[in-house]
Write a protein that binds this ligand. Structure first.
Ligand SMILES: Cc1cc2nc3c(=O)[nH]c(=O)nc-3n(C[C@H](O)[C@H](O)[C@H](O)COP(=O)(O)OP(=O)(O)OC[C@H]3O[C@@H](n4cnc5c(N)ncnc54)[C@H](O)[C@@H]3O)c2cc1C
Length: 353
C-alpha cells in the first residue's frame, strides 16, 4: 500500500483532498490527513471569533468521509524527511509516508520584539482566537483594546470589535502612512474614513519596540492597553521553517511547477508554507491545493502528471463589520456593501463546496 500523508487540513490540504477524492483513489493507496483540529477551520473568519460575533460552529467544517481516507487528530511535533516519518505529541509510533503534502499554514511573526509573544493575543489559530475572544468580551465598558498591525487581518479584527462593542476604546497601530499598504489608495482612504467615522484611533508610523503586561512601547512612548492583539506579520509554521529544504527570503519552501520540493519530489508544499509570487491567501492555498490533488492523482495512477495552469487570482475582499467592506475584484477597487456581500458569498460557496 502506498501511504499518502497530508499534514494540515486548512485551505490547501482540504482542497487537495477533495480533488484527489473526485479523481478517484486507486486501490493500492491509503490517505491519512493529520491535523490538531478534528475539523477544517475557516481561518479567514477568525476575526469574528475574536469579536464574538460568530459562533465557533460557524467557522468549522467536517472533513469528508471516504473509505480510503482516515484521520489522525493531534499535534505534529516533527517532520523527518530522511526517514519519511511524521511524529505526533504523546505517541510512540511514527507515521510513515511515501508521499507527503505539507500544509501547516503560518504563525505570528513577532520580529524579535520582547514580550510580544507573551503579552499579546493572536488570531492565527482557532484556539488562540477563542482566548482572545474571552479577553475582549470580558472587558468592562470603556476598556482599551489595541490592535497592532493594519493589514487585512488587523483591519477586520478592529472593525468587527468596534461594531460589536461600541463602548470600548479601540486603537489601531499602523507602521506606514496609511493602513492596508497592499491595497490601492481609494481603498486605503475608504477604510481610514470608516475608522475615523467609527471612532477608532489610528496611530500611523508606529514602531512597537517592546510589550509588557497591559502596556506596549511605541516609538519610545509607553501606552497602556487592557487587551493587545497582534496582527503585525506572519511567517511559515516553525516545523516548516526547520525542514532541510531551500527557502525564499520569507522562509517559505521553494517548489517546482508541480508544487514539489525539487530535491524530494514526493514532498508537496501548499499555501502559506510554499514560496510564491503571490501574497499568502486562502484563495491561493485553495488553488494550489486543487492543482496538487490533480498532480498526485496522476502520479498515483502511474500517469505522467499534467502541468498545472498558471494561477490567476480573482482579487481579495475584506470586511468592515457586517455590512461594509472593500476589496479588489477583477482588478477594480470596490468599497461598501457589494464587496461585503461578495465576501459572504465566497464563504457560503466555500462551505457548500
Ligand atoms: C483574521 C484573518 C483573516 C484572513 N482573511 C483572509 C481573506 O479574507 N482572504 C484570504 O484569501 N485570506 C485571508 N486570510 C489568510 C488565510 O487564512 C491563509 O492564507 C490561509 O488560511 C492559508 O491556508 P493554508 O492551507 O496554507 O493554511 P491554514 O488554513 O492555516 O491551515 C493550516 C492547518 O495546519 C494545521 N496545523 C498547523 N500546525 C499544526 C501542528 N503542529 N499539528 C497539527 N496540525 C497543525 C492547522 O490546524 C490548520 O488546519 C486571513 C487570515 C487571518 C488570520
Amino acid at each position: 500500500m502506498k501511504q499518502v500523508i497530508f499534514i494540515g487540513g486548512g485551505y490547501g490540504g482540504i482542497n487537495a483532498l477533495h480533488q484527489l477524492i473526485n479523481q478517484g483513489i486507486p486501490d493500492d493507496v491509503e490517505i491519512t490527513l493529520i491535523d490538531r483540529n478534528p475539523y477544517h477551520a475557516l481561518k479567514t473568519e477568525f476575526y469574528a471569533i475574536v469579536a464574538g460575533t460568530k459562533a465557533d460552529k460557524e467557522v468549522r467544517l467536517d472533513f469528508p468521509n471516504h473509505p480510503k481516507v482516515s484521520y489522525l487528530f493531534g499535534e505534529i511535533v516533527e517532520i523527518n524527511t530522511k526517514n519519511q516519518q511524521i511524529r505526533l505529541r504523546n505517541t510512540e509510533e511514527n507515521v510513515d509516508y511515501d508521499y507527503l503534502l505539507v500544509g501547516l499554514g503560518c504563525e505570528d511573526n513577532y520580529h524579535g520584539i520582547p514580550g510580544a509573544m507573551e503579552y499579546t493575543e493572536s488570531v492565527q489559530t482557532i484556539a488562540k482566537s477563542r482566548q482572545a475572544s474571552i479577553k475582549v468580551n470580558n472587558l468592562p465598558a470603556y476598556s482599551q483594546v489595541s490592535v497592532i498591525g493594519a493589514g487585512l487581518s488587523g483591519i477586520e479584527v478592529a472593525s468587527e470589535i468596534r461594531e460589536s462593542r461600541p463602548d470600548l476604546k479601540i486603537r489601531l497601530l499602523d507602521r506606514g502612512a496609511s493602513v492596508l499598504s497592499a491595497f490601492d489608495d481609494k481603498i486605503q482612504k475608504y477604510v481610514e474614513d470608516w475608522f475615523r467615522n467609527n471612532h477608532v484611533d489610528i496611530l500611523h508610523h508606529s514602531n512597537v519596540e517592546a510589550v509588557d503586561e497591559g502596556i506596549f512601547y511605541n516609538n519610545g512612548e509607553g501606552i497602556e492597553s487592557d487587551v493587545i492583539i497582534w496582527t503585525a506579520g506572519v511567517r511559515p509554521n516553525y516545523l516548516v521553517r526547520s525542514l532541510p529544504f531551500e527557502k525564499d527570503r520569507h522562509e517559505k519552501i521553494i517548489v517546482n511547477e508541480f508544487h514539489q520540493v525539487p530535491s524530494h519530489p514526493n514532498v508537496y508544499i501548499v499555501g502559506d508554507c510554499a514560496a510564491s509570487d503571490y501574497s499568502p491567501s486562502a484563495q491561493l492555498a485553495g488553488i494550489q491545493g486543487e492543482q496538487i490533488g490533480t498532480i498526485l492523482s496522476d502520479i498515483l495512477h502511474d500517469k505522467q502528471p499534467r502541468k498545472p495552469k498558471d494561477i490567476k487570482l480573482k482579487g481579495q475582499l475584506g470586511s468592515l463589520g457586517k455590512s461594509d467592506g472593500f476589496g479588489n475584484m477583477y482588478r477594480q477597487a470596490v468599497t461598501g456593501f457589494l464587496p461585503r456581500l461578495a465576501k459572504s458569498g465566497v464563504l457560503w460557496l466555500n462551505k457548500r463546496h
